[in-house]
Design a protein around this ligand. Structure first.
Ligand SMILES: [Mg+2]
Length: 342
């Protein structure tokens, strides 16, 4: 991937913008600063779609929330992990079959739309298990999944598809166990691995690209390990926006499998010229920010006027060495993090 080499805006040559939701569009119930107006402005000239690993809400529910926040959006603009799971299921099991569901409305609605019969019991001889998060999922649901999955897939067992394997799910009162922990409970009981539809796996990106007919998509996310790694695996250009989970210190340490093409302080920068990164000897320059690598030391020669340019310069300088972050002495100013945090 071309790292920070463009002198034009991140939207140049892009026909479709795909955005993650939590940490990109909103945090909790409220919109993040500048997100709504920036994305509506994109929608004036390009297709905009939204991608969410959250399996508990339907596309219509998500669209209603986004509309409330001021976005111009239809349910068909939302790609959910249950929809990506249907893409995987259709390739394995014909519609009309009975499917054991562990999860909530977001999953049941998609299964019924796709022509499957939903059951909650392993006694109904299901043709597959589909598992997603819902707050009411309990031990007895996980037990039904385990009963249905007792035969290994290579010994004729039925397919097991998980919407996503996020370890955590942000709630108003704090961080709670996500679908990954529940999938892991079943995995531990049966010794099988689920096929995963959501980020960082590629089916959810493939579903979005197919639905929107995207030829040159840009994906915007706030997490390196799911959003950026997933987009990179799917061959999609990506931007990390610093309004969510991952911070400059995570970016500096990003492994080569999860490095965004663009780094944005907030979504207004989608519409601004993206500065070219220049390298002169040991010095990496982004506008007036200048960073040098001297042995194990990362030195800020010039912090420049805009903190985001310093982060871009430091990131590009460290990544270009091919060396791991723990081998460097990094000045605190480089990860000072003056950006918006939800
Ligand atoms: Mg997010």
């Amino acid at each position: 991937m071309a790292l920070f080499s463009r002198g034009t805006s991140p939207l140049d040559d892009v026909d479709t913008v795909l955005a993650d939701l939590d940490g990109v569009v909103y945090a909790g119930a409220g919109a993040l600063p500048h997100a709504v107006e920036s994305l509506n402005r994109v929608a004036g000239t390009r297709r905009v779609g939204f991608i969410t690993n959250n399996a508990s809400r339907t596309d219509a529910t998500v669209a209603a929330h986004l509309t409330e926040l001021g976005l111009r959006v239809e349910p068909s603009d939302i790609v959910t992990s249950p929809q990506a799971a249907m893409r995987l299921l259709r390739a394995r099991v014909a519609p009309g079959a009975t499917i054991l569901v562990v999860g909530g409305e977001g999953l049941v609605v998609e299964l019924e739309k796709a022509g499957y019969v939903v059951t909650r019991s392993a006694d109904d001889a299901p043709a597959a298990v589909v598992q997603g998060f819902a707050p009411h999922v309990g031990w007895s649901d996980l037990a039904e999944a385990a009963y249905a999955l007792k035969v290994p897939e290579d010994a004729g067992g039925i397919p097991w598809i998980a919407t996503n394997t996020d370890w955590t799910i942000p709630q108003a009162r704090g961080i709670a166990p996500g679908n990954g922990t529940l999938v892991s409970a079943v995995h531990t009981a049966v010794g099988r691995l689920a096929t995963v539809a959501g980020k960082p796996e590629t089916p959810i990106f493939e579903e979005a690209v197919a639905r929107f007919g995207a030829r040159a998509p840009l994906f915007i996310g706030d997490r390196l390990d799911t959003d950026i790694a997933g987009a990179q695996a799917a061959g999609i250009r990506s931007a990390l926006v610093l309004t969510g989970i991952d911070r400059p210190k995570h970016l500096l340490a990003a492994p080569s499998s999860s490095r965004p093409d663009f780094v944005l302080g907030d979504l207004r920068e989608l519409h601004e010229p993206y500065p070219v990164t220049r390298v002169k000897g040991d010095v990496t320059i982004v506008r007036d920010a200048r960073v040098a690598i001297e042995g194990a030391d990362v030195r800020i020669l010039e912090a420049g006027d805009r903190p985001i340019d310093l982060v871009r310069a430091g990131t590009a300088a460290i990544w270009a060495t091919g060396r791991a972050i723990f081998g460097f002495r990094v000045p605190e100013e480089l990860y000072a993090d003056p950006f918006h945090r939800p």
